[in-house]
Design a protein around this ligand. Structure first.
Ligand SMILES: Nc1ncnc2c1ncn2[C@@H]1O[C@H](COP(=O)(O)OP(=O)(O)OP(=O)(O)O)[C@@H](O)[C@H]1O
Ligand SMILES: [Mg+2]
Length: 230
């Protein structure tokens, strides 16, 4: 589905520039489950932002089902992101003055999906449609953000430390919902995490260090969110 080739990215001015990504290549297949591991500052978030079209690379290409996303206009890129990409962060970024239903509806409206309540039920929040974010636990808020991201039926879901702010029990629960939803809707998952245990849930594990991929391996028998250590 996605071929990432020789991506480089530097930040800073000419004299003071710092190369964050030093030639990254990887493939993301339909229905894939990729976990990206690496020390703080190794470039994981930058890579996720570039693959998802949030940021531009300095060089290299990202082919998405045959389309080079670097060649898209701003308008086309926005449409591409809307049609294809869901994103979940460590922070939930829910709108505080909207209830659960309206927060998820915002994601759904992007794709004209009228059936978004199905997604709220799928993350176990069918009883909490009219609660506001401050009335929910962290795990519940993250499940709302999962429902919001998936309500537009993306082909690929990027997650940057989705369990970073959650305790073990709620972290497992959120990961379990994501796996179950993936079985149902067949999107691909690319997840950045500091929790090495979560790598056991992946089909493919990619390790980064200082802007390079240093190891890639596949798990023959990925574990569930309740089978891994924490
Ligand atoms: N917009 C930016 N401007 C300047 N430097 C940046 C910018 N974004 C990231 N960097 C730098 O690039 C490096 C990699 O950042 P990145 O956020 O990709 O790392 P990371 O692997 O996600 O780290 P963490 O695990 O802490 O989230 C860091 O040294 C960071 O300071
Ligand atoms: Mg990061």
């Amino acid at each position: 589905m996605i071929q990432v080739k020789d991506i480089t990215k530097s930040f800073g001015s000419k004299e003071n520039s710092f190369q964050v990504l030093k030639g990254i290549s990887l493939d993301i297949k339909d229905n894939d489950y990729i976990v990206l591991l690496g020390a703080s500052g190794s470039g994981k978030s930058t890579l996720l932002n570039i693959i998802s079209g949030l940021e531009k690379a300095d060089s290299g290409s990202i082919m998405y089902d045959g389309t080079d996303i670097d060649k898209l206009s701003e308008t086309e890129l926005t449409k591409f992101r809307k049609d294809n990409v869901g994103f979940i962060f460590q922070q939930y970024y829910l709108l505080p003055n909207l209830d659960v239903e309206k927060n998820v509806k915002m994601g759904a409206d992007l794709a004209g999906n009228k059936n978004y309540c199905e997604m709220i039920k799928a993350v176990g929040l069918g009883e909490k449609l009219h609660k506001y974010p401050h009335e929910l636990s962290g795990g519940e808020q993250q499940r709302v953000s999962v429902a919001r991201a998936l309500a537009k039926k993306p082909k690929i879901l990027f997650l940057d430390e989705p369990t970073g702010a959650l305790d073990e029990a709620t972290g497992r629960q959120v990961l379990d919902y994501i796996s179950k939803l993936q079985e149902q809707y067949h999107f691909a998952v690319v997840m950045v995490t500091h929790n090495n245990n979560i790598a056991e849930m992946a089909k493919t594990v990619i390790k980064m260090n200082s802007g390079k991929i240093v190891e890639t391996y596949t798990n023959e028998a990925p574990k569930t969110a309740y089978e891994i250590g924490w």
